[in-house]
Every structure is written in C-alpha cells, then in structure tokens.
Design a protein around this ligand. Structure first.
Ligand code: ARG
Length: 472
C-alpha cells in the first residue's frame, strides 16, 4: 500500500482499518466499464488538445482496452492498495503500458471522474429498469385481455364498493408503471450532462474541448459549473426517488394480491413457482414473493432518505461523504432488477378464480345503481341517495333479525320500495344486474368491458412502440 495515488506528501503508513474504511472498491468496482470508457474518452481528449501526442493517446487507449478485456474475461486482479475502481484501472494501465500510464490523469481528478462514471452507470441502469418494467406491464395487459369482462367487487376502504372488471383492475397497475417509466426517462434525460473536465473543483487548466468529449461519451452537453458538477448528486437522489415510487407501486399491487389470494377472498391462486411453504404447517402456501415486494419498498425508501441525509449538510464541492452515494443506488437497482421480473412472473402465472370473484358480488354493490334508477325517473340524486340508504337499512335490519326474504337488497319487493318512494315501478328489477351496471361505465376511464378494450389497445400501442424502439 506504499504506492497510493495520492501518496506523495505522506510518509507514514495508512492504518489498515482506516484503509478499509476509506476504500470504496468493494462497492464501486461494478463501474469498471464506465471508468474505462470515461478514461478512453479522456485520453482521446488529451490527444486532441495536444496535451499528449496522438501516438501517446493511442497507446493509452490500447492499454485501456486491454484492461477492459481483462475485466470482461474475469481475469482482472485487484491489488491490496486499490482504493477504488479509478485507482485500480490506472494502476493496471501503468503495469500494462509503463510510465506513460501516469499521463492519463493529467488535468483530471477522481472528483470529476467518479461523477462521470456514476452518471454513465445510472444512464444504462435506467435502460435495464425500463426493460424489467415492460415485462410486468406486459403480464398485466395479458391478464387484462383474458379478463375484460370478469367481474369482482371493487373496494374502497377495503369495503365492497361497486362491481368492476378484473381487466380494469390489472390496467390500473399498468398505468401506474407507465408513469414510473415517464419519470425514469425524465431522470435519464436530466442526468445526461457531463461533469468530466471539472477536475477537482476549479476546472481543468488544459485546453480540453469538453463539448466534443461529451459527445464521445454520449452526453447531451458538458456541465456549466465545475463546483456544481463535481458535487451534484441530484441524479442519484432522483434515481432513488424513482426507485422508491416504483417500489411503492409494486408494494401496493403485491398487497392487493396477498389479500386476494387469502382463503377469505380466494379471488386468485398464486402459482407454486412463486409461493413457499412453512417449515411446520404442511398445509401452508405463502405469497412470500409478494411480501418481499412489499417489504423491499421500505428498503428503497430508506435508501432515498439515506442519500438525502448525506447530501443535505455538505458544503461546497467534493467531500468524502459523497462516496456514500453509490451503495444505495446499486442496491436499489438490484432490488428492482429481481423484483420487477418476479412480480411479472407472479402476475403472468396467476390463476384467476372467476367464480369466487362473482360469488363475492352482493346486490348491495348495486345501491348506487338503485339510486341512479330513481334519478332516471326524475328524482334528484341527493334525495335518491337518501331513499336507497333507507332501503339498505331495511335489509341490514332484516339480516340482523334473520328475516327470510329480507337478506339481500334485491329481496326488496316493489311494495317495500314504493313505501320508500313512489317513483319505483316494476322495471326496478332491471337494476339487479351486475354486468349491466359495469357495462354502463362507458365514459372514458370507466370499468366497462368496452372501455377496458380501448385501454388495452392504448397499452398495446405503448408496448409495441417500446419494442420497436428496442430493436433500433
Ligand atoms: N472513491 C471516491 C468516491 O467514490 C472517488 C473520489 C475520491 N476523491 C477524493 N478527493 N478523495 O467518491
């Protein structure tokens, strides 16, 4: 550990535990690809600026490509003194091409280097997350297609509210994920600004063409202010917010499916492939994957608050606290990279128990329809709501007393109803039709099968366009 990158002014040895605390290689080695790419581009920029000769720039780039090959082959050997990925790559480059390797870091600092690497890493990570999210969206659309007109109770306050279609329910989760993707892509666009050339804090003293360098690395432009550029971790915080909200959406979907797969609901059955058993109760089949989706949403939220807490007290430019920025982002990516495909698998392999869903439809769910019936007969809705409330009370009293013929809202005879309001007529029986109630919700955004078909068409268009984009 005598050859530390910054060792010139030091004569004592670093305490081994202090080195252990200081190093970030264990976390940031997964940015090797970005670190090599950033260095290849930097070597090119040094050559173009005449800081090194064209021949030297070529040799630097060839050496870096060999280092890359070693990483790809899994043969890259880290040395005990490698403090972080930047140190490791430069150390190995110098072993490969000799003292010329020492020219690579001219005009650059690890401060602008790490900020650049991290942005590059997040940029491609978002492409990965997009693909995983598409998998889950596809699974939801497939279920929606299979259940355009499968009815179940819709719930508010976890109380049965009105009948809806299961297709509509599936697509509700599709649209939440679509908003997530919109957010991820906005984050990706915003982060695509290059810090490289900001050096330690004050900017570089060499005539580097930063616009050309940005172009070489696929950035939209170079950053405006070196102080800001090396300390800006907004993109990491946004990444973690997007992850936390995606996690929250997965958690809410999971929670609903956990409830629906319980014996009490029995609306869906989870495939064995996504269930686990109990070590003591042989009958148990547990929705662990969904519980983990719910649980890990908390971990994702923790990563976001952790990073914001790290950032909020920092004075200008680089402080070592910033080294804490990567662990949470990498972990968040890893969570989503497993969670999204697993939840997609859960949804794709779900058995939908159509009969159990239908059996849970109680005519009470048609109370709004009964009020709307009166509205069609000219009764103001507020009055109709009141009348139907009295009808509901009648049935609830009948249920409490066990009165035969007064157990369901649809048990009420025309006489019962006419006692409550004179506008009721014989055609009131048409109200007791769940499918008709659902089919009436045709205004855009409603649960009718026709509307669900239109939503599916829109969703398919989005997925097809995304697949075409991927192929390009
Ligand atoms: N490993 C460091 C990080 O991840 C790289 C930057 C080090 N800069 C410094 N001035 N010590 O933040």
């Amino acid at each position: 550990m005598t050859n530390l990158l910054w060792g010139g002014r030091f004569d004592g040895k670093v305490d081994p535990l202090a080195h252990q605390l200081n190093q970030s290689l264990s976390v940031d080695q997964r940015m090797w690809r970005e670190d090599v790419a950033g260095s290849v581009a930097w070597a090119g920029a040094l050559g173009a600026a005449g800081v090194v000769t064209t021949e030297e720039a070529d040799r630097l780039q060839t050496g870096l490509r060999q280092v890359q090959t070693e990483f790809e082959a899994g043969s890259f050997a880290f040395a005990p003194g490698d403090e972080d990925i930047h140190t490791a790559v430069e150390r190995r480059l110098t072993e490969v091409i000799g003292p010329l390797g020492g020219k690579l870091h001219t005009g650059r600092s690890r401060n602008d280097q790490v900020a650049t690497d991290f942005r590059l890493w997040c940029r491609s990570a978002i492409d990965g997350i997009t693909g995983f999210t598409r998998q889950l969206q596809t699974a939801l659309v497939l279920q929606a297609e299979a259940h355009v007109s499968t009815l179940l109770p819709g719930y508010t306050h976890v109380q049965r509210a009105q009948p809806i279609t299961f297709g509509h329910w599936c697509l509700a989760h599709f649209w939440a994920l679509e908003r997530d993707l919109d957010r991820w892509h906005a984050t990706q666009t915003r982060l695509n600004v290059m810090p490289l050339g900001s050096a330690a804090l004050a900017g570089t003293a060499y005539p580097i063409d930063r616009s050309a360098l940005a172009g070489a690395l696929g950035f939209a432009r170079a950053s405006e202010n070196s102080l800001d550029a090396i300390s800006d971790r907004d993109f990491a915080a946004e990444f973690l917010f997007d992850a936390a909200l995606t996690g929250t959406h997965l958690s809410r979907l999971a929670e609903a499916l956990i409830l629906y797969s319980s014996s009490e609901f029995g609306f869906v059955t989870m495939a064995d492939a996504y269930s686990t058993g109990s070590s003591i109760m042989p009958q148990k089949k547990n929705p662990d994957m969904l519980e983990l989706a719910r649980g890990k949403a908390g971990t994702l939220l923790g990563a976001l608050t952790g990073l914001l807490s790290t950032l909020k007290g920092l004075p200008s430019a680089y402080d070592k606290d910033l080294q804490e920025d990567k662990g949470g982002v990498f972990a968040a990516f890893d969570v989503l990279a497993t969670m999204l495909p697993v939840v997609a698998g859960c949804v794709a392999t779900l058995t939908v128990n159509i009969d159990r869903m239908r059996a849970a439809l109680d005519p009470m769910l048609l109370a709004t329809e009964l009020a709307d019936y009166l509205v069609r007969k000219g009764v103001p809705f507020r009055e109709a709501h009141h009348v139907v409330g009295a009808a509901v009370r009648l049935v609830e009293n009948g249920r409490a007393a066990g009165t035969p013929g007064l157990q369901k809202l649809s048990d009420l005879t025309l006489e019962h109803l006419r006692d409550l309001h004179a506008a009721f007529e014989a055609d009131v029986v048409t109200v007791w039709d769940f499918d008709a109630a659902v089919a009436r919700r045709t205004a855009s955004g409603g649960t009718s099968p026709d509307n669900v078909r239109a939503q599916i068409a829109a969703a398919r268009q989005i997925l097809d366009a995304a697949a075409r984009e991927d192929k390009r």
